[in-house]
Write a protein that binds this ligand. Structure first.
Ligand SMILES: [Zn+2]
Length: 142
């Protein structure tokens, strides 16, 4: 006769919370992101950088690295986030004053979740302070 743990491990979780607790396969989590930005899993088509344009390939800013010039979107550079997602940025955004804090929509969403979790755990004042520390750390890391 099989023991209770064997039977539990082969049965499906009774609900979503139980599924998370036992590490069972659950529903894939896909965050609702603001659709103003295009975020891609695979690199989009790129074109050679014209001779009269500044070559930004290889440049790092925020969590991004510039990987090429978009073939479809005029004046948009293809940037790759440390998490592996691809987005588009203008040269102005890459060189802008907020560039060092830039990240893809997914990373931004995770930061947002982290902040709200900290608000619940430590209160708004401490959560804001922790967020500022994180930002200062990523600025200093450059
Ligand atoms: Zn990212």
């Amino acid at each position: 006769m099989s023991n209770i743990f064997d039977r539990l491990s082969t049965s499906s979780p009774i609900n979503r919370g139980a599924g998370v607790a036992v590490g069972a396969r659950g529903v894939h989590y896909e965050p609702k992101l603001d659709n103003s930005r295009v975020t891609l899993d695979a690199p989009p088509r790129m074109r050679p950088v014209p001779h009269d344009a500044p070559d930004l390939i290889g440049l790092q800013f925020g969590r991004f690295r510039v990987v090429g010039l978009s073939a479809e979107l005029n004046g948009r550079w293809v940037v790759r986030c440390v998490c592996g997602k691809y987005e588009f940025r203008t040269a102005r955004a890459i060189r802008g004053e907020h560039a060092e804090l830039d990240k893809c929509s997914y990373c931004q969403h995770l930061d947002h979740l982290k902040y709200h979790d900290h608000v619940q755990q430590f209160g708004a004042a401490r959560a804001s302070a922790m967020q500022n520390e994180d930002r200062a750390r990523s600025m200093a890391a450059k």
